[in-house]
Design a protein around this ligand. Structure first.
Ligand SMILES: Cc1ncc(COP(=O)(O)O)c(C=O)c1O
Length: 403
């Protein structure tokens, strides 16, 4: 029986698609120890550098109140929020999120244990067989998995092709009770950005709901770091805004910002919220601490935007494609094996870059996903474009293909 798994893994190995777990053995800011080497970490989602900031962590721990150790810093919630796993800390964090996001119009916030839990738990709870979901083809796997769990019909439009989306709405809107448009704001693998004003315009024109996954935008955009919807002044138009604590907020957990009625409905119907143990108090308090801290991290946001601009320019100066519009810069190689080999070479040169291969990205677009973080300086990065130019012949991005 197990031999069939061994054979499958041998085939993955031959095609350059075998994944393995290899731990980091140390970390200082953006530098990590990997396989006995010190490397610049270009694979992290710790975009603001919070996870590598020992001073900030020290500040959090030094604020611990010994009298409330269990209530505020306990390590386990021991049951679902619908049983005895609900805590004051969860409600305080939700109130802070609702207040920050609700400046323009009142909003409610509901926590999930991760962005993955949120994306597989929200739409299946809200929609039934009479409904329709229209989803960007390059939306994250967690959204894709959520669609599989839905009774609603779903259709995918080519990445960023809002004319196609409009055609789908013209043809199908009237056949369905509810329609939801689903998109990321910053796309995780291509680093490009959805046209939120167009999505909002379509949502209004066709009376749909708009679901926006801001996993790679929270912490980085907007005056308060609330994401692209804040930056573009459309927060009140997003019906379901998903943010995660797992990336720029250097933690774990996620939230949806929505109408109060939707929050209450999800508490009653969302299986990935109901049938799982709640986040522990210590994490909820860390999440609240980080959420407050990051609102003032304008300098880090500006520095990161500058670094991304410089990196794109330097790649272009080397004759390389530099797509993406965020701190995520894809470097598409195409062939899986070549991507794996080049990643190993770069690791030897002190750059921790992992190959990203199908099914995480469409066939034929294996790549590096250069993830810049605010704790880097240009001196850490400046040699990389030259090395990439010397070692690789990347192909232009081939986006829009189904996963
Ligand atoms: C767009 C997007 N949404 C959701 C998630 C899942 O978030 P989490 O890591 O909190 O489960 C990811 C993770 O990579 C993502 O890229």
């Amino acid at each position: 029986m197990s031999s069939s798994y061994r054979e499958a893994m041998d085939r993955l190995q031959e095609s350059g698609r075998l994944r393995q777990l290899r731990p980091l053995t140390g970390r200082r800011g953006c530098r990590v120890q990997y396989q006995g080497r010190e490397c610049l970490n270009l694979t992290s989602n710790d975009y603001l550098g919070i996870g590598g900031d020992s001073l900030l962590l020290g500040q959090f721990y030094s604020g611990m109140d010994a009298d409330n150790l269990l209530a505020d810093y306990g390590l386990g919630a021991s049951s679902s929020r619908l049983l005895t796993g609900d805590t004051e800390s969860a409600h305080t964090l939700e109130a802070a999120l609702a207040k920050a996001y609700g400046e323009a119009s009142p909003r409610a916030a509901l926590l999930f244990n991760s962005g993955y839990h949120a994306n597989i738990g929200i739409l299946p709870a809200l929609l039934d067989k009479n409904d329709l979901i229209l989803s960007d083809k390059l939306n994250h796997a967690s959204i894709h998995d959520g669609l599989q769990l839905c009774r609603a019909t779903h259709k995918r439009f080519a990445h960023g092709d809002y004319d196609q989306l409009e055609h789908l709405l013209v043809s199908h809107r009237h056949h369905h009770e509810r329609v939801v448009i689903v998109s990321e704001s910053v796309f995780s693998m291509d680093g490009d950005i959805a046209d939120l004003s167009r999505l909002v315009q379509l949502k209004k024109k066709f009376d749909t709901l708009l679901y926006l996954d801001e996993a790679h935008a929270v912490g980085l955009y907007g005056k308060k770091g609330l994401g692209k919807a804040e930056e573009q002044g459309v927060m009140a138009d997003i019906d379901l805004l998903v943010g995660t604590f797992g990336k720029a907020f250097a933690s774990i957990g996620a939230y949806v910002i929505c109408h109060q009625d939707i929050r209450e409905y999800l508490i009653n119907r969302s299986r990935s919220l109901i049938f799982t143990t709640a986040l522990p108090p210590v994490l909820l308090n860390w999440n609240r601490f980080v959420f407050q801290q990051q609102q003032g991290m304008t300098k880090q946001r500006e520095h990161l935007a500058d670094l991304a601009r410089m990196m794109r320019q330097a790649l272009q100066d080397q004759g390389l494609a530099a797509t993406g519009e965020s701190n995520i810069i894809p470097h598409i190689i195409g062939n899986d094996q070549e991507t794996v080999q080049l990643a190993e070479k770069l690791q030897e040169r002190g750059f921790l870059i992992f190959p990203v291969r199908p099914p995480a990205v469409p066939e034929g677009t294996a790549r590096f996903r250069l993830s810049l973080t605010a704790d880097m300086g240009w001196q850490d990065l400046c040699e990389l474009p030259g090395i990439l130019a010397k070692e690789s012949k990347p192909r232009p991005a081939a986006t829009g293909k189904p996963l």
